[in-house]
Design a protein around this ligand. Structure first.
Ligand code: GLN
Length: 451
């Protein structure tokens, strides 16, 4: 059914970069045989899934939305990929994304933008916008994404889906093409809270192949998703993420949802996190700094594209021609910003200050979680914007992640759950629920109450 649906609508939605009908059917038959042989596969066996094209897959290409990786077939599976294969999920294909996960709309993909199934003239969010578009268009029941500054929660919100950013280190980065290693976090997309929790649980947990993986039990997200009981739960509304600059219909649905939680027995208070106002600025130093270092590996020698290697040029010339042609404008902008911020003489002023701001944000969260169980805010300041509207204005694009970035900088957990449609445009609005490190289950509990 899903394969047929991809055939019917993906010409318009453009969620997939790669989908192979025969390969998917073959995987499905293999799962059938495992079940017939008596193997215990768990609740998601046989369920189809779409993977963001940032997770390596041995049987399909992996591009990270970049020309520089065109034609590269990874020799190994990401941990998320292999754990889900083990659990019997069937890979439908790989989804579109902003190049190296840099963006909020998929317009930075080297392979063209994906479209929001609610309104094809709008973006599906980003960077995991192919995954959100695929699930929203019923092309896949589940999808994976990565969230470095909001790239799961923001596309989930603008496509009317559930999307979660697990605690940093709670899901493995092994085999995830690196953008900003201290922030990158794999997570789930689904149409409802319980499905997201089942997927979250299926790929999470300690991985010795990721040096920042947390060696702790996976938070009981599935149990929490079944409960949805918020009686007595202390909910903090973040003052700094509520007010000026937000679309009125987004704020209206947000405040109604907070009232709903209060009606269900939650204790709602206002909480101030003053450092959140500086999160965006700190993120746009830290993320580019890390990416400038991570993307040095694309040197025309080891992976994918190689330009100008005709026997007359030096290795340095070939590298430079390959990087000039292989990377898109946003990636180049960030490599330059990051290289500058890390250079001697500027390091303390830029990267060093940004790291100090990061500590202040962490302290704001710690102080807040001293007296509330979860924090809430809108997931995004606006509903899905139009394709092209922000493409030439990086600052406007960066604002899409205003509400989601603090969580990445602090490393804690968050989830976006649909909370209605904005009256002015009829497009989905998301509620963001943030919880402490390794308390991901609380975000699912609140999500289930709202749903
Ligand atoms: N939109 C943000 C950026 O461009 C976040 C991206 C992400 O989470 N991967 O960096």
């Amino acid at each position: 059914t899903y394969l047929d649906r991809i055939g019917e609508v993906d010409g318009d939605v453009r969620a997939f970069l790669h989908a192979d009908r025969e390969a998917a059917l073959e995987q499905a038959r293999a799962v059938d045989s495992r079940i017939a042989a008596g193997e215990e596969l768990g609740p998601l066996a046989g369920v189809p899934i779409a993977h963001k094209d940032v997770f390596t897959t041995t049987d399909m290409p992996t591009t990270a939305g970049s020309r520089i990786l065109e034609g590269w077939n990874p020799p190994y599976d990401a941990t998320v990929t292999s754990r889900l294969r083990e659990a019997g999920l069937v890979i439908l294909g790989k989804t579109n994304m902003d190049e190296f996960a840099m963006g909020s709309s998929t317009e930075n993909s080297a392979y063209g933008a994906s479209h929001n199934p609610w309104d094809l003239s709008r973006v599906p969010g980003g960077s995991s916008g192919g995954s959100s578009a695929a699930v929203a268009a019923y092309e896949a029941p589940l999808a994976t994404g990565t969230d470095t500054g909001g790239s799961i929660r923001q596309p989930a919100a603008v496509c009317g889906l559930v999307g979660a950013k697990p605690t940093y280190g709670g899901s493995s980065r092994y085999g995830v093409i690196a953008f900003a290693s201290s922030l990158d976090t794999p997570g789930p997309f689904a149409r409802n809270v319980l499905d997201a929790a089942l997927l979250h649980e299926a790929f999470s947990g300690h991985d010795p192949r990721d040096s920042t993986s947390v060696d702790a039990p996976v938070p009981p997200v599935v149990e929490a998703a079944r409960h949805g009981d918020v009686e007595g739960l202390r909910v903090g509304v973040v003052k700094e993420l509520d007010g000026e600059g937000y679309q009125p219909g987004v704020l209206r649905r947000f405040h109604e949802t907070v009232e709903l939680l209060e009606g269900l027995g939650a204790k709602v208070v206002e909480v101030s996190c003053p450092s959140f106002d500086t999160a965006l600025a700190a993120y746009y130093l830290i993320a580019p700094s890390e990416c400038s270092s991570n993307l040095a590996r694309f040197d025309a020698m080891r992976y994918g594209l190689r330009v100008g290697d005709d026997g007359t040029r030096s290795a340095e010339e070939v590298m430079s021609m390959t990087r000039a042609e292989g990377f898109g404008p946003e990636v180049k902008r960030r490599i330059m910003l990051g290289t500058y911020a890390l250079s001697s003489g500027y390091y303390d002023a830029y990267y060093g200050s940004a790291q100090q701001v990061r500590t202040l944000i962490k302290r704001d969260f710690d102080a807040a979680f001293g007296h509330v169980d979860v924090l809430v805010s809108p997931t995004t300041p606006t509903t899905a914007f139009s394709i092209g509207e922000r493409a030439a204005d990086p600052m406007a694009m960066y604002l899409a992640d205003l509400c989601t970035i603090p969580t990445n900088l602090a490393g804690n957990s968050a989830l976006s759950v649909p909370c209605g449609l904005a009256p002015e445009d009829g497009l989905p609005v998301g509620l963001q629920v943030m919880a402490p490190v390794l308390a991901d289950d609380r975000t699912y509990r609140v999500g289930a109450a709202v749903e």
